[in-house]
Design a protein around this ligand. Structure first.
Ligand code: HOZ
Length: 430
């Protein structure tokens, strides 16, 4: 059993001054039981808490730390930038350099605007799509999560699903009415929505590979079908690649799966660990953004020099080292194989979904291909599994409805430990 005394007392203090004691709900461990860990530091594949326990990291800050924690190249980029002041609120050469790199790396992006988070990116992207098309409604997929903007907290995955509040109070009825939802991987449902709302849909937004109801891979033909419908109906297709961008390949899921959206939202890896988001796409759409066009969107800290420096160093590394993606895929496939053998050994057939360096173990024996099937998972059992893994020094996402993100810092030794821990944890909870 790990000792958590310092984390427990910090959590007690935190609850007096921070809602729920955390700055993002899922961190509170409510879905898995027990008190959250307060983290002191991390390096490579390992994270250290305030009680000096160490853990192998399988969340990696929910995605950004694709090279593991505190890689030298990012630390150096940040240190170089810090000496020149922390913010200007004026254009810099680094913003041009990172925009050029993003345009080079991501197939669909001709122009890009930097913001401060994935939430800001998705909120801005649908505003631009609405301005461009002159239409109000959007279609999102059940269980996909696009940050906490009002329009997206309808049938939302991630923390909203974890807390059992996929439709949040505070979202006005009018906003909710403009968001239509369809099950993930269901083209017919999308077609029906479009027929009932002819010429009213501005955009279809989805995670091309879902990561916020666990990892769910699109069925063959699904993304291609959405592309075709959007072309026929003049709807803007937006891929939310906040999780998958620069993770599944250097050009994201769109490059890996060969389907090109009109707009893309980015976050996480793009900032190398700093708070950064971005949205981009076809020039004719992006030229609607102010000051070029009429759709307003702005930010004092957008393009912040420290964040741009960290992000540029990360993207440049990934662009120059495509072998990273092969390594990540190999590591994650080894984990998948190990988990499959362990699950079989306890006489179960739990679903393990994986693509590239995203993986999740759903505690259900049903195929998981949408939110409804993801919700057949035994979340109580997941909670016990989470704590059994934590006690074996493996740090998982504290929710059944989150994907795990593998980093290049996870080597043979860590893979061996994780598979052994998984075996023992599964035996313990069954
Ligand atoms: N909803 C975020 C992951 N999908 C949670 C991020 C966090 O708590 O840091």
């Amino acid at each position: 059993m790990i000792q958590k005394n310092n984390s427990i007392s910090l959590y007690q203090e935190a609850q007096k001054v921070i809602p729920g004691g955390v700055n993002s709900p899922v961190r509170a461990f409510k879905a898995v039981g027990g008190d959250p860990l307060f983290i002191k530091s991390a390096k490579g594949a390992y994270m250290y808490d305030e009680d000096d326990n160490h853990y192998i990291e399988l969340i990696n800050s929910w995605g950004p730390m694709i090279l593991g924690h505190a890689p030298d190249i990012i630390e150096k980029a940040v240190a170089d930038a810090i000496g020149k002041s922390l913010s200007f609120g004026a254009p810099t050469a680094k913003e041009v350099a990172i925009a050029e790199l993003i345009v080079e790396m991501v197939p669909s992006i001709e122009k890009v605007r930097m913001v401060n988070s994935g939430t800001e990116a998705t909120m801005s992207a649908i505003r631009v799509a609405r301005g461009f098309t002159g239409r109000d409604k959007i279609i999102k997929m059940e269980g996909c999560y696009h940050g906490h903007g009002d329009s997206f907290l309808i049938a939302a995955g991630s923390g909203a699903a974890t807390m059992g509040t996929p439709d949040s109070p505070g979202v006005t009825k009018g906003t909710a009415l403009d968001t239509l939802t369809a099950p993930f991987n269901d083209l017919e449902a999308v077609e029906a929505l479009i027929q009932h709302n002819k010429n009213e849909i501005a955009a279809i937004i989805l995670e091309p590979v879902a990561g916020n109801m666990g990892c769910i891979v699109p069925k063959p033909g699904y993304l291609e079908g959405l592309r075709k419908i959007c072309d026929q109906e003049n709807i803007v297709l937006i891929f939310d690649e906040v999780m998958t961008g620069f993770r599944l390949s250097k050009g994201g899921a769109q490059e890996l799966l060969g389907v090109t959206p009109d707009m893309t939202t980015l976050g996480k890896i793009i900032g190398g660990g700093m708070p950064v988001g971005a949205y981009g796409g076809k020039q004719e759409i992006m030229d609607y953004v102010s000051p070029q066009g009429p759709v307003y969107q702005a930010g004092t800290l957008s393009g912040n020099p420290i964040a741009m420096s960290a992000g540029y160093a990360m993207l440049k590394y990934l662009n120059d080292h495509p072998e990273v993606y092969e390594q990540l895929d190999t590591t994650t496939k080894k984990l998948k194989k190990g988990f499959e053998e362990n699950v079989k050994a306890i006489g179960k057939n739990y679903t393990i979904n994986q693509l590239g360096s995203m993986i999740s173990l759903h505690f259900t024996q049903e195929e998981v291909f949408d939110f409804k099937s993801a919700k057949t998972s035994d979340t109580k059992l997941f909670g016990r599994y989470f704590n059994a893994m934590l006690n074996r020094n493996v740090y998982l996402a504290p929710s059944q409805f989150e994907a795990l993100f593998i980093s290049t810092a996870i080597g043979e030794k860590e893979v061996g430990h994780i598979i052994e821990a998984n075996k023992a944890a599964l035996e313990e909870i069954h």
